[in-house]
Design a binder for this molecule. Structure first.
Ligand SMILES: [Ca+2]
Length: 162
């Protein structure tokens, strides 16, 4: 991308971010809870629902947006591992409403293409939450993805070796 295109893109994104009405989304991938186990989804099959998230402050472009309802996982302070095959995933937890204007209470973008991302839901008050799996990449931004809820382990109370 040359500088002129970049400038044009940033200007367009500023206009979108400044829009009075935030985009809404739907958790079309379904709900995740403590009995879901590891699910595999091709995120390329998801619609591109949002162009900007985290109080409409973060442009996420044209990547498909795979969105789950995760109220049940928040209630038990679980974590979630996301393992994308071959693309650079970005994971966020939206609080309250499924929309670009919602606050992102958790985010993970620690690794590059094919790298796993993890979010912990510990410490969040029970309520409505949504897991967003998307990518900042303009192309090659989706693919087969494992989503693994990780219940918080029970604390080890005592341990001894005879
Ligand atoms: Ca998108």
């Amino acid at each position: 991308m040359n500088l002129k295109n970049l400038t044009t893109m940033l200007a367009a994104q500023s206009l979108l971010a400044g829009a009075a009405v935030a985009q809404t989304c739907t958790p079309s991938a379904g709900a995740l809870n403590d009995t879901s186990g590891t699910v595999t989804i091709d995120t390329c099959s998801s619609a591109d629902q949002l162009t900007s998230i985290c109080n409409s402050s973060t442009p996420i472009g044209n990547a498909p947006d795979t969105i789950y309802s995760i109220d049940g996982l928040v209630a038990i302070n679980a974590g979630i591992n996301v393992r994308p095959a071959g693309y650079d995933a970005y994971v966020a937890v939206l609080q309250g409403t499924c929309s670009g204007g919602a606050t992102c209470v958790r985010e993970s973008d620690s690794n590059g293409a094919g790298g796993a991302e993890t979010v912990s839901l510990a410490g969040l008050s029970p309520g409505n939450y949504f897991l967003l799996i998307t990518s900042f990449a303009a192309a090659g931004n989706c693919g087969s993805t494992e989503v693994q809820p990780v219940p918080t382990p029970v604390a080890l109370r005592s341990f001894s070796i005879d």
